[in-house]
Design a protein around this ligand. Structure first.
Ligand SMILES: [Zn+2]
Length: 115
């Protein structure tokens, strides 16, 4: 009698959910770092997202992504910026307690809407 050797399929652990911040994707032959938009939770290349940091109780748009501190990433679109601000997901991502001045972000939003 032939005994079939069935190997038990090992359970593969899925990708660790908390690690998406450090991931990269391949684009045009090179690896680009990706970040998750706090509004729509979609991942995009760093260069496609806007970085927002808290600086002296103000939300600052970090256009060049050079400011120190915890940053949150959001699509530079009316839809995502508006959602990030009004739903508070931005403040949550930045772990801000209290009510920082969000006018720099609102100004950015207004500019986008004018275009
Ligand atoms: Zn988004």
């Amino acid at each position: 009698m032939h005994r079939s050797s069935v190997r038990s399929a090992r359970m593969r652990p899925g990708p660790a959910p908390g690690r998406i911040w450090e991931c990269c994707k391949k684009e045009a032959g090179r690896m680009v770092p990706v970040r998750t938009c706090v509004a729509c939770r979609e991942r995009a290349a760093r260069t496609e997202l806007l970085r927002v940091v808290v600086h002296e109780d103000r939300l600052v748009v970090d256009d060049r992504a050079v400011l120190p501190g915890r940053g949150a990433w959001v699509h530079p679109t009316v839809h995502c910026l508006d959602r990030a601000v009004t739903r508070g997901s931005l403040l949550r991502a930045l772990r801000v307690s209290g009510k920082p001045d969000i006018s720099p972000l609102e100004n950015r939003l207004k500019k986008l809407m004018d275009n």
